[in-house]
Write a protein that binds this ligand. Sequence first.
Ligand code: DP6
Length: 362
Amino acid sequence: MNTKIFIPRSIQTEGIENHTEKWRSPSNIALVKYWGKVGHQIPANPSISFTLKNSYTETQIEFIKKDVSNGEIEFELFFEGDKNESFSKKVALYFDNIKVYTPYTKEYKMIIHTTNSFPHSSGIASSASGFSALSVCLVAFEKVINSNLVERVANQKASFLARLGSGSACRSIEGPVMIWGEHDNYRLSSNQVAVVPDLELNPIFDNFQDTILLVDKGVKSVSSTIGHGLMKNHPFAEQRFKQANNHIAEMKTVLENGDLKRFGEILESEALTLHAMMMTSTPYYILMKANTVQALEAVKEFRIKTGKNLFFTLDAGANVHLLYPKSEAKEILAFIEKELVAYCENQQYICDELGTGAKKVI
Ligand code: DP6
């Protein structure tokens, strides 16, 4: 993909003094994980994810035309109503990184208000939903001032910009399934943007559930960005990237034929491999807590005992994502309530399910 297509050529800001965009963008959960990058935000292996629905960031940007453009990017950022220094720093860096593709950010002062639907300190990473929400606001504004920006390219551009903020964010723009990273079995797959894969999703995955056990609501001991870096010179890196590519190929078949047993095997292998990579890097990190391990064991035992299709996955943290079909929700939720809440901080968990991506808020 030639990323020059994302550099706008015909911006028309005359007469547009004040414009507001407000969008909601969800989080996503990777089935096959992105862990390791090359160059600037290019994944070392392709990843595939389910887009979520209830865990989202809502972002509003008010664009106020400057009298004279001073060539600077100016913005004020409010997170949950308050000015937020650390988030502002990240966003300043992001705006600077993407300015070639968003030259209009220099012509307007931006007032940004952003909130998350999930509790502030829940240990749930907000970078995927956060950067995707920011990106869709920018691209939606660009549509107003650039009549050449057609819908298909607009979605790609939102994913492209989101990726430059945080890799996994590029998979939040659409749904319910997104692939990011080149793979021969997926037409149009790209390292630059995430796309909806060319597959016929088996109806067994309709409204598929993701219940997130909040095992540890603290800040993660290592950021994803540092974690990705540890894959450089990792003794098992090459083997891991090969495995991810094989899993991506097989996942396509599984998502089409609805073989939940194999779906679960790949899902859980991906989660445990991700953590194994972190445990075997230098320095190493153990991101699971004792309660994480207990929950994983309880899930496996429940599955063997009942034959229910309940599977786990993990991000680079201690919280547990439980994936299962909607049709089995009643029994599985009863099990979560009876046994798994004991492993959650303050017995808290979040009920989510498959979603379709970013939406405009009226
Ligand atoms: C374990 O997208 O947070 O969640 O690109 O450095 O911002 P950066 O990393 P990030 O990494 C996510 C890693 C993961 C797996 C995944 O979502 O694929």
